[in-house]
Each structure stands twice: as structure tokens, then as C-alpha cells.
Design a binder for this molecule. Sequence first.
Ligand code: NAI
Ligand code: MG
Length: 353
Amino acid sequence: MPHTHKIAIIAGDGIGKEVIPAGLAAIEKAARGSRVSLELTHLPWGCDYYIRHGKMMDEDGFERLAAFDAIYLGAIGSPTVPDHIAVWDLLLPLRQRFQQYVNLRPMRLLPGLVSPLANRGPADIDMICVRENSEGEYAGLGGRVHVGTPYEVAEQTGLFTRKGIERIVRYGFEIAVKRPRRLLASATKSNALRHAMVLWDEVAEIVRTDYPSVEYRKYHVDAIAARMVTHPASLDVIVASNLFGDILTDIGSAISGSLGIAPGANINPERDFPSMFEPIHGSAPDIAGRGVANPIGAVWAGAMMLDHLGHRDVHDRILGAVERVVASGKNRTPDLGGTATTKELSDAICTEI
Ligand code: NAI
Ligand code: MG
């Protein structure tokens, strides 16, 4: 019996439109001959849509998306649309509305790639960040008053709930307990953020008692940022708030060779709503339209989507192909020091699949 999955595709803007076709090509190739069948629906939403229609997505967008099994997203953002509109009229509401409270971001130096960290190899850089994705510093609370006057005030409030912390920390432990090293690092800042991060630490202390086999440590977020550079091998799973995880995963992708490689999954663990899979990079206006974006982050995110849908074998087939192509040293895009186009790297991955 084939498993049919309904996938909504939002390629979005800039290089999103270039890397999503590469991801789809890999997914479709890997699914061929398996029991997976995909029903793809392309949705033209994003900044280009905003410029033409005055809105990032259709009014019934959330209702329509709710009917899919997963969402596959490229990138949202354009120099012609203010970023807070792009982010707040599509991306963050999606993550919040669909209770995608886990943002899962693997950070691995693939064999064959060179880290900007001297003398570090694949054994040194193999981490995964479990980032809180629905509240915290990106909850959207606050406001501005006396706008445009010398008395102008902006207030941005972080929102941390016991339930929100509990579920993300628990998810972190669940990931850690299944990994060989069983280390969980919690990114805190309870010395300075004396309300929210103290609650964060307290809740983590309670949850850890359910996972005696996991070695739990808390670090202040600035210290963990430095540790990722100086002692990356000491880190395995990192659980972090929305803002902290956002920043730490950019470091993680940078030390893994390129921002273009890193994937991200926005997961609703209860499966009440579709989860969303995307490369962590943005629309990269500086290189958009030239066909040279690295598609690996998108391909890897597509593999994570198949894994989430119950097809670990298809995930492994795609990732294995990516690893072999990267290890071969051929077909590298400019961010990896080569001259290959998105299409050439994508074709090489598909051939390997
Ligand atoms: P960015 O990730 O788009 O680009 C940062 C740098 O990395 C650029 O130099 C870019 O050329 C390079 N880069 C990124 N992805 C690459 C790839 N696949 N291959 C090769 N090089 C790659 O971040 P930036 O410049 O801060 O943001 C650009 C736009 O994207 C903004 O509008 C921003 O709001 C949006 N954005 C959207 C995200 C999303 O949709 N999830 C995430 C991050 C940014
Ligand atoms: Mg980010």
C-alpha cells in the first residue's frame, strides 16, 4: 500500500525559488520505487506575492495549509519588503498557529568539508539544536509609543511559560537519550535574565530527573557560543530559547562549512497540525537569480520531512547521497569553494540517489 502524503510547497523568495526545486528533485528521486507517494501543491506566497497582491499569503492561508501533512518552505524575505512584515505576516504566525514549538536543527561537519575552525574534523562537529519555536523572545509582545518623537519608546517582552519550557526541554532530553553520547546542554542566561531564565533553569532541573542516563549541563548562552568555537566536540544536543537557538544555530552552520548546508524542521510533535521543513538560510538577495545557491540545506530539510512522515529509509537514502557527493569534492557551489551551479550539485545528488 503506498503512503500518500499531501505536501504544501512555499518556495518563497530569492534563492528559495532555486533551492526548493533541487530539494523536490531529490525527494522525488528517493521516493521512486518506494511505498511513498507525494501529492505536491505549490503555493505562490511570499514577498513577491506581497508586492503584487499587498499580502504575504491568502486570507484563508492557514485553513488551507492545515489540510496538508507537511509544509516545505524555501525562504521568505526581499529587500523591497520590510523584514518584520515578511516575518510576521507569514513565517512566525505559521510556527505559532500550528504549534510548531520545536525547531530542530542538526549542525554537522560533513566528511570532506573544511570547517573555518582550524584542525577540526567531522568527529568534532556533530550537534543538534532543539530550539523553542513558539514563544520566548519572539512571542511578539510589546509595542512602541511616542513614535517618531524624541520620547519614543519601544518595549519587547519575552514570554516564557512553564508549559512551553517543559515541553521543549523534554523534547531535548528525548533527542539526547537516543544519541550515542547522551549529552544535553541547556543554553541559559539566568544570571542576567533573572525572571525568564531562572524559570527555564528550574523547569530543566525538574525534567532532568526523568532522564538519569543523560548528562545534563547548563551554560550561559554567551559561554556556549564560545564553546561551539573552542570545544565543539564537547557539545551534542543543545536546548535553547527562541532567540538563543536562532543565534547559536547560525554559529553551528558556519562552523559546519556553510550556512547553505544547514536544515531546519519546525515540528508539531503532537501532529495536530502540519510541521514545516526549511533550510535555515534566508533568501540571500546578494546571490539570488544567479543559480549558484547551495541546495544542500533544502535537500536535507526535505529528507527530514520524509523522516517525520515515517520514512526513515528515504531520509537515509537522501542524506547518504549528499554525504557521498560532498565527500567526492566535486560539484561544489561557490560557498563551498567550488564553481558548480545549484543545478549541477542538485543533479549530482540525484544521480547518487
Ligand atoms: P541569508 O541566509 O539569506 O544570507 C546570509 C549570507 O549567506 C549571504 O551572504 C548569502 O549569500 C549566504 N547564503 C545563504 N544561503 C546560502 C546558500 N544556500 N548558498 C550559498 N550562500 C548562501 O540571510 P540574510 O542576508 O540575513 O537575509 C536575507 C533575507 O532572508 C532577509 O529578508 C531575511 O529576513 C530573510 N531570512 C529568511 C529566513 C527564512 O525564510 N526562514 C531565514 C533568514 C533570513
Ligand atoms: Mg536565523
